[in-house]
Design a protein around this ligand. Structure first.
Ligand code: SF4
Ligand code: SF4
Length: 412
């Protein structure tokens, strides 16, 4: 019987070659279902029976900080409602019995069969992930070769959300006792606050992440479009399914899944021509690494209101234990700042579980790309205004005041 890995490569190659998907009669229908219809399966799959002694603590259960691993008849079962997609259980299982959801095969099918537009939305951490010579322009060409209609940098939506967070800060933080927790960007940080530190929700502005903002924008402008987010993150696969966010993003791929598709499609990325459409500011691109969000919002608050009496003081944490320690400090009254950024992964998204290169190299590559940006901050970025005009608004303030497109209710 073929393993999940063997089935995955077999189906991916067939899809990439434009052939109908077919497998041998001895293939496990459960594994085929996981690969062809991941949307109705949990984020973490158990692909073989558990062999851990029933009376000892299981490594996957101990590793899960979210109480999402329960015991079923044949072994552990993941509670999809509780799972945030941190991958700690997968890494902890010594038998390699747990696997993470892959959505690349249905995406390949969409690229072949869907007759409407299919847009790729790439996370800011993408610089350098497919090789130092693979520029953003070459990546756009490569994605179009695969059948995508176009490629958008999610960093441009990070630009708009930076303005939103900075305006919220300027409006709400009026004295030394008040503080704001960043709302956008990291679903693991938000899950932590919603599930474990509910009392801090009033300090989180109700904004969607740049990924959801991008998906909603594409669908507002092109209602029949399919949206495919591509990033280093598994938690984004869980985020897209949250009840108040569902519909913005149709598929979430990791850089690893995309790299697998490039390899079976025999695309030599470095040799492709450039298709350059730079549109994010250096600040939005910086969302890819820890500290980038607070740096961007802090700069923006200074630009919006340079004479405010309460200045912005940022504090940040990356990695779940550090985020929890920072939140516990806040709850104990040891604020040490009035704007808090939390990122679930060490180093931020460049350290995401499905990044291809090291977080240090990833940050270096993102920073180099950021330096090439024509604009330093979102307020200087004409592409932001152009995009808002397409949505029917002439200024960021007008958009944020009159549109609920990037809002979310944190209590749901
Ligand atoms: S991915 Fe993370 S949250 Fe989900 S079950 Fe595994 S350890 Fe728990
Ligand atoms: S820090 Fe990690 S969990 Fe959070 S958005 Fe980035 S890759 Fe995802």
């Amino acid at each position: 019987m073929q393993t999940l890995e063997e089935l995955y490569w077999h189906l991916l190659k067939q899809g990439a070659d434009g052939k109908p998907l077919a497998v041998g009669g001895d293939a496990d229908p459960k594994l085929i279902g996981c690969l062809i219809h991941p949307e109705d399966k949990p984020l973490i799959w158990r692909v073989k029976p558990c062999l851990c002694p029933p009376d000892s603590p299981r490594d996957c259960q101990t590793a899960c900080e979210w109480d999402a691993v329960a015991l079923g008849d044949e072994g552990v079962v993941i509670d999809d409602e509780k799972c945030v997609g941190c991958q700690a259980c997968v890494d902890a299982c010594k038998l390699d019995a747990l696997k993470t959801s892959k959505e690349i095969i249905p995406v390949v099918q969409e690229l072949r069969e869907y007759d409407g537009p299919v847009y790729a939305l790439v996370a800011p951490a993408i610089s350098g992930q497919f090789g130092k010579d693979v520029t953003m322009g070459k990546l756009r060409t490569a994605l179009k070769c695969l059948g995508f209609t176009g490629m958008l940098e999610v960093a441009v939506f990070a630009d708009i959300l930076t303005l939103k967070e900075a305006l919220e800060f300027d409006k709400n933080i009026r004295d030394e006792t008040q503080f704001q927790l960043t709302s956008c960007c990291c679903p693991m940080w938000i899950a932590m606050i919603k599930k474990l530190y509910h009392q801090l929700l009033p300090n989180v502005p109700g904004s969607v992440s740049p990924m959801i903002a991008g998906g909603r924008t594409v669908k507002r402008l092109h209602p029949t479009a399919k949206t495919v987010f591509i990033g280093p993150c598994l938690a984004k696969k869980a985020e897209k399914k949250e009840s108040d966010l569902v519909g913005a993003i149709d598929y979430v791929l990791t850089y690893q899944e995309l790299s697998d598709l490039f390899s079976v499609s025999n695309i030599d990325l470095a040799s492709l021509p450039e298709d350059k459409v730079p549109h994010a500011s250096e600040a939005g691109i910086g969302y890819a690494y820890a500290g980038g969000v607070s740096e961007a919002v802090s700069r923006m608050v200074g630009q919006l209101n340079p004479h405010r009496s309460v200045t912005i003081q940022t504090r940040r944490a990356d990695g779940v234990p550090e985020c929890k320690a920072m939140i516990n400090d806040i709850l104990a009254g040891n604020h040490g700042g009035n704007f808090f950024e939390g990122m679930g992964c060490k180093g931020g998204c460049v350290g995401g579980p499905r990044a291809i290169i090291s977080k240090e190299e990833g940050k270096k590559q993102v920073q180099a790309y950021g330096k090439e940006a024509l604009y330093k901050t979102p307020a200087e970025n004409p592409y932001v205004i152009e995009l808002l005009k397409e949505l029917g608004f002439s200024t960021v303030e007008e958009f944020l005041e009159n549109s609920r497109l990037y809002d979310r209710d944190m209590d749901t």
